[in-house]
Every structure is written in structure tokens, then in C-alpha cells.
Design a protein. Structure first.
Length: 386
């Protein structure tokens, strides 16, 4: 039939591009990293002065435990240290609780995370700035493990590992999906670190030399923007797998979807402004990793949109392979819509629905970014009860 060839090319691209981004690139990185030795382990974290910066908005439920975990991690730190909380116009007791914990609190008018972060970063006295969100909890050795790679003068920033706590009840499905994604991301970052440097950091935990701290635009993801300032300055982002924080998963399909859309739009905005780093002549293999890990991951789901139609049309011609692809596409779509409608699903289907929701959020965010949509306001998602 006349439509078969163009439909075949469309279907191959629609299926192949996401497979390269989500499976092919990570597999290539993991394989290549096996032939590269780990970077020398630091003998001990540099005894520098450091400032731990926490931005919070209406985090009264979590800020006390958060600060306590940071204080415990700092207890044996040999250098000077401080904790500064930037309260972004909270209407609950976030600032009061933080002040009662004995840390410095800067009360800011509601202006978004970027504004609060820049304000407390200017007040910080540490040689190294440690950035962390208001809810992930530190382990006892988190700070020492995070700062150890900075013994290498070529390292400008360090990305820590963010893990998801197990959960029960209606949050369990989201937590299981988050845990799988976190393991996937940790393995990929470790491989990239061995080969050409970590691509960027997660806002749950990262550090940067204070001299490299950049101004942060209101409409970008601050963790990407700040950590990649190290690469822009000719340094490397290291990954510290032993530097861990633990956070709860966010429940609610609509909340997860809206969060993914906002992060995608803000992430693409930051990528566009950091587009010079995608030039291999300037950053070498890091540029390839940045394109595939960050840009490709955000735009690849858009390629999936025509797959159900193209595979169905090819399946009508008697192709078993495209019949299976069409059925798989329909299965993911149905599971995602069922989850959005509040229909209870068995665990395997919940994981499938969460994957579909994640891809839908990425695709929607990419389309909104291309249409000119921007998000400048910061609204942290709260943890729903189990």
C-alpha cells in the first residue's frame, strides 16, 4: 500500500529515538565505563569552610527533621560550617521551627526559589556551598562523602545521590517507581563520571565551589543551572555515590504530572541558555552526554506521540512485530488513563501507568516550552499521607 513506507519510517523513528535515549545511551555508557578505572578515591574530604543552603516554602512538617539530619552530618566536620535557611514567604511555622533549631534563617518575601537561593548564597561565608532541598534527610557521612571529590582542583561541583524511601498504602506505587528511576539514574551518573564527568546534579543534594556560584534565573531548574556553572568555568562535575539523602515520594497522579511538566519546561529553559555547553569543540564528550541525557530525554517522548497510529496502520498489513508494538502502546495508554481516573491497578500495571505518566509529562512540557510557556514561580510538591 502507498502509505506503508512513510508509516514504516515514522514508526521506526517514533520507536527508535526514545529507545536510543532511554536505553541505548545508558547501555553504551555502562559498557564503556567498565573499561575505565574509577577515579582515584580521595584520602579525605578537604577541611574547608562550608555553608549548607536550604530553601523552604511551607515546609513546617519536614524542616525540623531535615535540619537535625544536617547537623548530625556536620558534627564531625573539621572546618568551619554554617546552615542557612532561606524561607520563601512561608505562611506556616517553617521559619520559627528552623530558628528554634539554632540555624540562621533569612525570611524572604515570596519571590521564588531562585531569589531566595541567591539571597542566602550572597550571605554565605563558606568556601563550598552545599545545596539541598527542605525534605531529603542526610546520612551521617553525607557531607564528608560529598566534599571528598573537591580534593581534586579540576572538580568544580559534586552531585550527590538522592534515594527514595519505601512506602506503604497509596504512596507505595509511586515510591517503587521512584526507587527504580533513582537506581537507573545513579548507575548512569556513575558511568558518566568515570568517562567525562557527571552531566548535572539533583537538587536534593549537591555542592559547588563558592567562587563558581552563578546568578540563578527565576525560570530555570536551579540544580542544573548552578551545577553546570562548573562546566562553563572549565571544571568537572563529580558524582559521589556515597553521599546520600533520602526523600519521600510524592503521591497523586495529577500532582506528579504537573510537577513533571514544570520541571521539563524549566529544564529546557536552562538547557537553551546553557546551549554553548552542547558544543563538542568546547566540552568534548560532555556535550554528547548533555544532548542525550538531558535534551534527548525531554524531547524523545514527543516522538512517541504518533507511534500508536503508525504501528496500528502497519499492523493492519499483517506485521506481527508492529501488532505487538500497537498493543503495547495501547496498554500503556489505557493504564495511564485508568490511573488518572483513580482506578485501582495491580502493581505491575501501576508501574506501567507511572512510566506513561512520566513520559506524558515530559512530552507536554516539551510542547509547552516550544510554545513559549515559562514557569518562574516555585511551588514545592507536598507529600500526601499514606
Amino acid at each position: 500500500m502507498r502509505y506503508e513506507r512513510p508509516m514504516l519510517w515514522l514508526a521506526l523513528f517514533s520507536l527508535g529515538f526514545p529507545l536510543i535515549v532511554f536505553a541505548g545511551y545508558p547501555a553504551a555508557m555502562l559498557f564503556a565505563a567498565k573499561f575505565v578505572g574509577r577515579r582515584p578515591t580521595a584520602t579525605g574530604a578537604m577541611p574547608c569552610s562550608l555553608s549548607v543552603l536550604i530553601c523552604a516554602h511551607n515546609e513546617a512538617a519536614h524542616i525540623g527533621a531535615k535540619i537535625a539530619s544536617v547537623q548530625a552530618a556536620l558534627a564531625g566536620w573539621p572546618g568551619r560550617h554554617e546552615i542557612i535557611v532561606g524561607d520563601d514567604g512561608s505562611t506556616d511555622d517553617t521559619a520559627t521551627i528552623a530558628e528554634a533549631m539554632g540555624v540562621r534563617v533569612v525570611r524572604c518575601a515570596r519571590g521564588g526559589k531562585a531569589a531566595a537561593l541567591q539571597r542566602i548564597a550572597r550571605m554565605a561565608s563558606g568556601e563550598v556551598l552545599v545545596m539541598t532541598d527542605a525534605d531529603p534527610l542526610f546520612e551521617a557521612d553525607t557531607v564528608r562523602a560529598l566534599l571528598a571529590p573537591l580534593d581534586d582542583p579540576q572538580v568544580g561541583a559534586v552531585a550527590g545521590r538522592v534515594d527514595t524511601l519505601a512506602a506503604k498504602g497509596r504512596v507505595a506505587g509511586f515510591a517503587a517507581a521512584d526507587r527504580l528511576f533513582r537506581r537507573y539514574e545513579a548507575a548512569l551518573r556513575d558511568a558518566e563520571d568515570r568517562l567525562f564527568g557527571c552531566i548535572s546534579a539533583d537538587g536534593g543534594l549537591y555542592a559547588i565551589r563558592a567562587a563558581l556560584m552563578p546568578p540563578v534565573p527565576a525560570d530555570v531548574t536551579d540544580d542544573f543551572w548552578v551545577s553546570t556553572a562548573a562546566v562553563a568555568a572549565g571544571r568537572r562535575i563529580a558524582y559521589a555515590d556515597d553521599a546520600r539523602v533520602w526523600e519521600h515520594s510524592i503521591a497523586g497522579n495529577r500532582r506528579q504530572f504537573r510537577r513533571r511538566v514544570r520541571i521539563t519546561v524549566r529544564g529546557l529553559t536552562g538547557l537553551w541558555r546553557r546551549r554553548a555547553l552542547m558544543n563538542p569543540a568546547r566540552t568534548g564528550w560532555y556535550a554528547v552526554g548533555l544532548v542525550l541525557h538531558k535534551l534527548g530525554r525531554r524531547v524523545a517522548p514527543v516522538a512517541l506521540v504518533p507511534l500508536p497510529i503508525a504501528s496500528t496502520m502497519l499492523a493492519a498489513g499483517g506485521s506481527l512485530f508492529w501488532t505487538l508494538v500497537a498493543l503495547a502502546s495501547a496498554g500503556v495508554a489505557v493504564a495511564t488513563l485508568a490511573a488518572q481516573a483513580g482506578i485501582a491497578l495491580p502493581r505491575p500495571l501501576r508501574l506501567l501507568a507511572n512510566a506513561g505518566l512520566h513520559l506524558a509529562g515530559l512530552a507536554t512540557g516539551a510542547v509547552l516550552f516550544a510554545s513559549g510557556r515559562r514557569y518562574a514561580q516555585w511551588t514545592p510538591q507536598k507529600i500526601a499521607p499514606a
